[in-house]
Every structure is written in C-alpha cells, then in structure tokens.
Ligand binder design. Sequence first.
Ligand code: EPU
Length: 327
Amino acid sequence: MMKIPNTFGIDVAAANYLEYGSEEELRELIAAGSIIVPYLHIGGGSNLLFIKDYEGTVLHSCIGGVEVTEEDEEKVSVRVGAGVVWDDFVAYCVEQGWYGVENLSLIPGEVGASAVQNIGAYGVEVKDLITSVETLNIRGEKHVYRKDECGYAYRRSIFKQPDMKSVFVTYVNFCLSKEEHYTLDYGTIRQEMAKHPVTDLKTLRRVIIEIRESKLPDPKVLGNAGSFFMNPIVPRAQFEALQREYPGMPHYDMGTDRVKIPAGWMIEQCGWKGKSLGPAAVHDKQALVLVNLGGATGADIVALSDAVRASVRSKFGIDISPEVNFI
Ligand code: EPU
C-alpha cells in the first residue's frame, strides 16, 4: 500500500499509486496493463475526503508546462499541463501581465482538477477563462472538449459525472487578456484595493492572498479541503420567506428566479463556528470549512458533516451538499 496525498491530512493508502509525466507515459501505463481496476484519478488531493483505503489504482498527472499557442495585442492563448500547480500558473500569468485568473490566487490543487471542479472565487470561475480541455481515456484515445461541451455550472462539469471516470484531463487551454481589467465587485475586494496606491495585477493578487489567508486555514498546518459544502441555490420564493425571518441573511441573485445563500452564514447561525466533534471541527474563521484537528479519520469528518447538515436542515429547511468528493 502507498500513501495517498490529500490536504485533509487523512492517513490513507492505495494498493497502487501511479504518476505519469506525459500523455505518452500514460498510454504506456495503459498498454502495460498497470492500471488495475478500480482506478481513481486525483489532482492535488485538495478536494477529496478519503473514508477508507483505496483497493485499486490511484493515478496522478505530473504533466507540466505552460506553452503560448496563440498571441496578439489583446489576447494570449496558453496550453497548460494538468499537473501544473494551480497557483504557480496564476503567479506566472500575473508576472506576464495576463489578466483573468488573478482572483483565483492561492486556490490549492492543480490545473487539471481546476477544469474538472470549475474552481471559483471572488466573482471569477475558471470556466470564464477555459477554451478547451484535452483528455485521454482509459483506452488511450485522445479527445479535446470545447468549453461548451464541458457542461460547466457552479462547481460542476461533465468530468465529474460517474460515466466520465475513465476520462483523464491532460492539458487545459486558457485564453487570457492583455488588456487591463479587474473583477472587484465581490465582497470587500474593492474596499481592500482602495487602501493601496495602485490598482495592478500584483496588488490584486496580494489582496486576494491576504483575504484568503485571514479566513482559510493553511492545509500544511490544519488539514482541510477548502469549502466543505456548496452554497445552496434556492427558488426566490423560498429565499423571500427565509428573509422575512432572517433579514440579515446574505445572498446573491442567480438570474431572476433563483438565489444563492452562503452556507457558511447558515452554519454560523446554527452555532457551529469553531465547534468540534471529536478530532473534526468547523473552522473558527470560516464556517464553510471543516478541519482535521489532528488524527481525524474520514469517518470523523463525515460525522461532523452529517451533524452540521442536520442542524442547517432543521433551522433553515435547506439541505446543503458537500463540495468535497467522498472516496
Ligand atoms: N459568512 C458568515 N460566516 C462564515 C462564513 C461566511 O457569515 O463563517 C458569510 C460572509 O460574511 C459573507 C458570505 O457568508 O457574507 C460569503 O462568505 P465568503 O465570501 O467567505 O465566501 P463563501 O460563500 O463562504 C465561496 C467559495 C469559496 C471562495 C469564496 C470567495 C463555495 C463553496 N465557496 O465561499 O471557495 O473562496 O466564496 O469567492 O462556493 C472553495 O470552493 O474551496 C472555496 C474556498
């Protein structure tokens, strides 16, 4: 058995753990019959909760590289290896003066997983920048999905569907802008930026990093997988009924009929913020994040998750779903 890397810091192992550095190497692993079923492809392990050891093959891409494929005065297209650390890519873009991904600074994980999960933060989702996703399937066949074929929605894509388990992301193609523009309308970003003498990419990246570091625990210090739950999206009528009871409820309009409600706020209202259940706890600075206080098993985290969900359901009548994938 070999240890499976995961930011929750859960001690789990796989019968077989394989890494590859190119599409060619992945094809060789397939041809050699090395990928013993069942198999599971992971990214940086930053959005997974392992409940038990994995009796099969865990695959991990180490495909690197950021290659410019097209460029003019206004835009640049880049092809990025699935194994590139997401924040290294963001730092590189900011360094080059390419606009688009800076609000996604410091999100843990890798480029391949970013396209699977449609990561998002501070008013930007990665689908806004993606043009296509290159894949290889378990038979070694290559297929490139155009962005409109990826089924993108909030923290969702076709790559998360069970029938797509045999499709592995190898490269992601992005289109970034060379023209100065910023997304500052989420939360306190504009306010924080106003404290700095200039608005530029480097400052915005620094501000985003400061906001994240003030709320989100560093997985190297306290095991976690970022937001544990998704923010529920409810019909407007349901939101309005709740709002009459809780006038201070924060919310974001999703078109005219639906409203997104921050699960972190509801969890805090239920009194869970900073509370623990055995070695698992609700983070004291961001109630949407569950943390491993040390030595927690996957089952300990699930027990806390179930208790939190039950509280939110009974107080607000809303069933919140995990964003983290249970394995
Ligand atoms: N809030 C509370 N108490 C809490 C946490 C949040 O009252 O303990 C309130 C905040 O005051 C604010 C609202 O809830 O009014 C939203 O909070 P925040 O801006 O911190 O964002 P979030 O909705 O909790 C989402 C993403 C994060 C992303 C931030 C910023 C999801 C599941 N999570 O969190 O993504 O960084 O917005 O854009 O959509 C992740 O997915 O792992 C992640 C960290």
